[in-house]
Design a protein around this ligand. Structure first.
Ligand code: HEM
Length: 371
């Protein structure tokens, strides 16, 4: 690997790797909303009824988390398909070794999904306040468990030397120095994404983030814009600290690839995206305003940073797994066809989703909706 990814790979392999990375980035965007959103709510609910009711971001999260979870799950299917084409043997082996422990993500996901609906139900509104922090905390713990499972499964894929031992002992856990710091990277990295996503939601729902804040929307001394700025900036600080803790657990060859030709340019893209977001949020923090232009710039920087991080993440895996061995399989898969049918259904589904969204918007704006 002496050229920036995906250059240097056989065309069929590069094609699937690009699809995998593009779909993974979309999964990350929604998954971040769910992961950071559930953590935000679990801690936010501890501020007590009056403050929670005054917090615009908590109300948006309560309303939208169930839908966002549906999006995160749906967006997970794309990379799930491509990861099996690219790394079928490693992925399946890690799944089988972790066995019930791995499959536990499904019931946990279902329970969390229902808890999110319970959180916005009329039933919970009638109960004593303590139910709300309790439900939020359980849902949050469930999502952290799911994130932990993906991280553990991912690292086990890369550690062939650990496979026989886990198989022989029947252990359902994979312990490695990298699991916790890597999981921490994902948890903290979710907050800058959440801040941008909430800012867009607030704007689209009619909030004026580009005007001085009305005093009664301040919570613990912070305006809504400043709360988002603190969310993003502390998320980045946590990400950098967790990444520093994870660095020694990354094999030397992978570290060299990260700062070398395969991922170096992508790392630069990620760092630039990070710096632009930090600068834009710092301005918002001091001025207590977030202009439309600043939001667009930080969104572009955010997408670039996520893409850069996804490629850096992939580089670590590529130093452990030789993609060239699956080259023939990727070529065969590409030759099987079906792309026109896929594209046709992608267009039809996008149109159906767009039409549904329009319909709901029209119902809401005409006042007929129950939302
Ligand atoms: C909403 C709950 C979910 C959370 C919190 C979550 C979290 C994560 C995390 C943290 C990673 C990165 C793991 C790592 O690199 O260490 C990841 C990767 C991934 N997730 Fe999700 N995920 C969720 C749901 C799903 C679902 C339901 C699917 C499948 C339909 C899915 C598919 C994937 C795939 C395919 C990857 C990449 C795996 C790899 O490349 O090894 N996720 N997820």
């Amino acid at each position: 690997m002496n050229t920036p990814l995906p250059l240097g790979l056989p065309p069929a392999t590069a094609f699937y790797l690009c699809l995998y990375l593009a779909t993974l980035v979309v999964h990350l965007m929604f998954m971040h909303y769910v992961l950071a959103g559930s953590i935000y709510l679990a801690f936010g609910r501890l501020m007590g009824r009056a403050r929670c009711q005054a917090c615009r971001w908590q109300s948006i999260l309560i309303d939208w988390l169930p839908f966002a979870t549906g999006l995160a799950i749906t967006a997970g299917v794309g990379p799930l398909l491509f990861v099996q084409i690219l790394y079928g043997r490693e992925f399946a082996t890690a799944n089988l070794l972790l066995s019930h422990r791995w499959m536990a993500i499904l019931p946990v996901l279902i329970v969390c999904f229902y808890l999110l609906y319970l959180q916005k139900s009329a039933w919970i509104a009638r109960q004593v306040w303590v139910w709300r922090p309790a439900v939020a905390a359980i849902a949050c713990a469930g999502f952290i468990f799911i994130a932990w499972s993906w991280t553990e499964n991912h690292l086990l894929m890369l550690d062939r030397a650990a496979w026989p031992g886990i198989y022989a002992t029947g252990s359902l856990r994979y312990e490695s120095a990298g699991v916790l710091p890597r999981l921490a990277v994902w948890c903290f990295l979710a907050f800058p994404s959440l801040a941008i996503e909430l800012a867009w939601q607030g704007r689209l729902l009619g909030d004026r983030l580009d005007e001085p804040t009305v005093a009664d929307t301040r919570l613990t001394g912070l305006s809504p814009v400043r709360r988002l700025a603190v969310t993003s900036l502390s998320g980045w600080a946590g990400t950098l600290l967790a990444a520093a803790a994870y660095w020694p657990a990354i094999p030397v060859a992978a570290r060299e690839a990260i700062i070398g030709p395969p991922a170096g340019p992508w790392l630069t893209v990620a760092v630039l995206g990070l710096l632009i977001q930090i600068a834009a949020w710092s301005v918002a923090l001091f001025s207590d305003r977030l202009s439309y232009i600043a939001l667009i710039v930080m969104t572009a920087a955010w997408v670039a940073a996520l893409l850069g991080i996804a490629v850096v993440r992939e580089t670590i895996r590529l130093t452990a797994v030789d993609l060239a061995t699956g080259g023939e399989l990727h070529k065969t898969a590409l030759g099987i066809g079906g792309l026109p049918v896929f594209l046709l259904f992608a267009v039809l589904n996008a149109a159906a989703i767009g039409w549904s969204i329009r319909l709901v918007r029209r119902q809401i704006t005409s006042g007929n909706g129950s939302a």
